[in-house]
Design a protein around this ligand. Structure first.
Ligand code: SF4
Length: 234
C-alpha cells in the first residue's frame, strides 16, 4: 500500500545536526507538516503548493530506494520532514530492521505515533519562540513517555527568548541530553546562508551558557550548512 507521502530520499550523506552529527545516513524526507515555522528551511516539504513534487510510496518502494542508494549496506536511515511523525512507519521499520538498517527520527514532538518506541534514535526538536509556533507541552510529554532509550532534545537558538525556552525545556526533561545550535535565518535564500553569522551566533550561545554556568547542553554548528550552504538533498 502506497501510504507514505515522500518529498525526497537522498544520500548517503552525513547528519549535519544534533546528537548524531557526522553519522553517515540516508534521509527519507516526508511531505507535510502541522507547523509553519517562520524560518523553515524545508518549505518544499511543508507547503502544499509543492504537492505535485510529492510522491505516494509503499514501505517496500521506499526501502528499495534506500537499498539502491546504500548498495545494500544497512546504514542509518534518518526520517525527517516536514513532520515525519504524521506518517505511519511501522511497516518500514519492520522491513528495515529485518535487513539490519537502523532508524532515527527528527520531529518537533507535536504528535506521538505508537512506533516511537521502536525507533533506534529519536531527536525531539521542539520549536522556540522565534519560530512563531507554540509548544503544546502535554503533547511533548507524550512523546517523551513513548521515546526510545536513545532520545535527545535539540533546540535552535536565534535570540535571548529562544535561550530561555531551551532552559525551560532542560528543566522539564532533565533526564534527556540537550543540543543547542544556531538558527539559520537565511532559509529563503536557496543558495547562500550567512555562515559567518551562524558562527557568531554559536559563539554567542556559548558565551550565554557560560555566563549562566550552564554546561549541560552540547553546542553544535549546523554542519551541513557549513559544507553545502542551503543546497538541497546533499
Ligand atoms: S516543524 Fe520543521 S518542517 Fe515543520 S515548519 Fe517547522 S521547521 Fe519546517
Amino acid at each position: 500500500m502506497a501510504n507514505l507521502l515522500i518529498s525526497e530520499i537522498f544520500g548517503a550523506t552525513i547528519q549535519g545536526e544534533g546528537s548524531l552529527i557526522g553519522r553517515q545516513t540516508v534521509f527519507i524526507r516526508t511531505a507535510g507538516c502541522d507547523y509553519r515555522c517562520a524560518w523553515c528551511d524545508t518549505l518544499y516539504a511543508v507547503d502544499p503548493v509543492h504537492r505535485p513534487d510529492w510522491q505516494r510510496m509503499s514501505s517496500h518502494e521506499v526501502l528499495e530506494e534506500v537499498e539502491t542508494l546504500t548498495h545494500g549496506n544497512p546504514i542509518l536511515i534518518t526520517l525527517s520532514g516536514g513532520n515525519p511523525a504524521l506518517q505511519n512507519f511501522n511497516a518500514l521499520i519492520d522491513l528495515g530492521h529485518d535487513k539490519g538498517y537502523r532508524f532515527a527520527m527528527e520531529t518537533q514532538g507535536s504528535v506521538s505515533p505508537d512506533y516511537l518506541s521502536r525507533l533506534d534514535y529519536l531527536t525531539l526538536s521542539p520549536k522556540p519562540p522565534s519560530s512563531q509556533q507554540r509548544t503544546d507541552w502535554s503533547k511533548l510529554d507524550n512523546n517523551v513517555r513513548k521515546a526510545p532509550k536513545q532520545t535527545h532534545l535539540k533546540v535552535v537558538i536565534a535570540d535571548e527568548d529562544d535561550y530561555h525556552y531551551a532552559r525551560a525545556l532542560a528543566d522539564r526533561y532533565p533526564e534527556l541530553p540537550l543540543t543547542l545550535q544556531p538558527c539559520n535565518l537565511d532559509t529563503m535564500d536557496e543558495e547562500s546562508a550567512d555562515v559567518d553569522a551562524l558562527n557568531d551566533q554559536l559563539k554567542w550561545i556559548m558565551q550565554r551558557c557560560q555566563q549562566d554556568h550552564w554546561y549541560a547542553p552540547s553546542l553544535l554548528p549546523q554542519l551541513h550548512v557549513m559544507l553545502w550552504n542551503n543546497e538541497r538533498a546533499v
